[in-house]
Design a protein around this ligand. Structure first.
Ligand SMILES: *Cc1c(COP(=O)(O)O)cnc(C)c1O
Length: 366
């Protein structure tokens, strides 16, 4: 059996993020080398080199790991989906460990943590991540603090340094799911996090055309351990998906800049609209949630009558999406029935507002 390759992502980022997303993860500059890392569709490699077998590693995933690792400031390991990455991280804690997690974490993560608690694999302590006192108290005796900030879909923001300090005082491992903020707006490792997680499916790849996940850590031993988990869980992403993600990540900085500007223009208009009873927006980023005064059916009607905005799940793509989250039977019960999650894309802001306004105008209370 070949040894597991040392993690990629060792590129030290000495450039600003908007330059780095364009320049990193490229082939060596030699005559006739392609500008882009080629797709290597192979399950096996000629013996004697570092790759050997595609469940261990691939040249295309290495290039993507260089970019994601450099962006977050650590060693990246990419996975076949965000959930595959999450499962590898959940595997790190010992049997019966106390895990502290958000009440409304990403649905799949919340379901998986509940399943692990039900079979006795972990003890789960659920908290509101924006209640720092509660998070600090829950960290007492914990082995892992699982954070999402802002949370999906409630947009709760955690005081990362305070929560991370409380976890570390208990020698607990801290993971931050940074999918909503992206490394353009927040780099949790610089605030003390041990592991940063991404659903690369979302903003990092940015075009709603693939599934991919990533874990980033500064600890080489931990990184090695996570890569081993990936090998034996069989969770390496395909070379083609890594290529698409690399192509998408080139424009991450400009996409976030534009989508955030769209959000900042439209949020005040939503706050003033009579059909909207509450707007959740943490004052940064490309994600928001609104609550519809007239309830869940009216929220469904808004989703159905939007024409430019697309009624679909997922987020972080170039196209604006909206979704009533409680249409999913397994979504957390703390998410209001009338809540619509908004993922701002990069279209024209006036066009986006005109469409959202016509959809909201149809459900104004009498
Ligand atoms: C989508 C998402 C995930 C899961 O990622 P997949 O790529 O769908 O497996 C995890 N966390 C957050 C915050 C997400 O939005």
């Amino acid at each position: 059996m070949p040894t597991i390759n040392p993690p990629a992502g060792t590129t030290k980022r000495d450039q600003s993020v908007d330059t780095f997303v364009v320049s990193a993860g490229r082939p060596e500059r030699v005559p006739d080398a392609p500008l882009n890392t080629p797709i290597a569709p192979a399950s096996s490699f000629i013996a004697g080199g570092p790759m050997e077998y595609a469940r261990y590693d691939s040249p295309t995933s290495h290039a993507l790991e260089d970019v994601i690792g450099g962006l977050e400031g650590g060693l990246a390991t990419v996975f076949a989906s965000g959930m595959a990455a999450a499962n590898a991280a959940m595997d790190l804690v010992p049997m019966g460990a106390v895990v502290v997690a958000p009440s409304a974490a990403y649905t799949g993560v919340a379901i998986r943590l509940r399943e692990l608690a039900e079979i006795g694999r972990i003890q789960l302590r659920v908290v509101e991540v924006d209640d720092t006192t509660a998070v600090v108290a829950a960290c007492n005796g914990a082995q892992m603090l699982w954070l999402e900030s802002p949370t999906n879909p409630m947009l709760q923001v955690a005081d990362l340094p305070a929560c991370i300090a409380a976890a570390h005082a208990n020698h607990a491992l801290v993971l931050v799911d940074n999918t909503f903020a992206t490394p353009i707006l927040q780099q949790p490792i610089s605030q003390g996090a041990d592991i940063v997680m991404h659903s690369v499916t979302k903003a990092l790849s940015g075009h709603s055309d693939l599934l991919l996940g990533a874990l980033v850590t500064t600890d080489p031993e931990l990184a090695e351990h996570l890569r081993t988990r990936r090998v034996f869980m069989g969770a390496l992403p395909s070379a083609f998906d890594c290529y698409l993600a690399l192509r998408g990540i080139r424009t991450l900085a400009v996409r976030i800049e534009r989508a955030q500007a769209n959000a900042k223009m439209i949020i005040p208009l939503l706050r003033d609209h009579p059909a909207v009873s509450r707007v959740r927006y943490p004052e940064f980023g490309t994600m928001a949630a609104i609550e519809i005064s007239e309830g869940a059916d009216a929220a469904d009607a808004v989703c159905a009558s939007a024409e430019l905005w697309t009624y679909a799940t997922s987020l972080g793509g170039v196209e604006s999406l909206l979704e009533r989250r409680r249409r999913w039977p397994l979504e957390s019960e703390t998410v209001p029935m009338n809540l619509i999650r908004l993922s701002f894309g990069i279209e024209n802001a006036d066009d986006l507002w005109r469409d959202l306004k016509q959809a909201l105008d149809s459900v104004v209370p009498n």
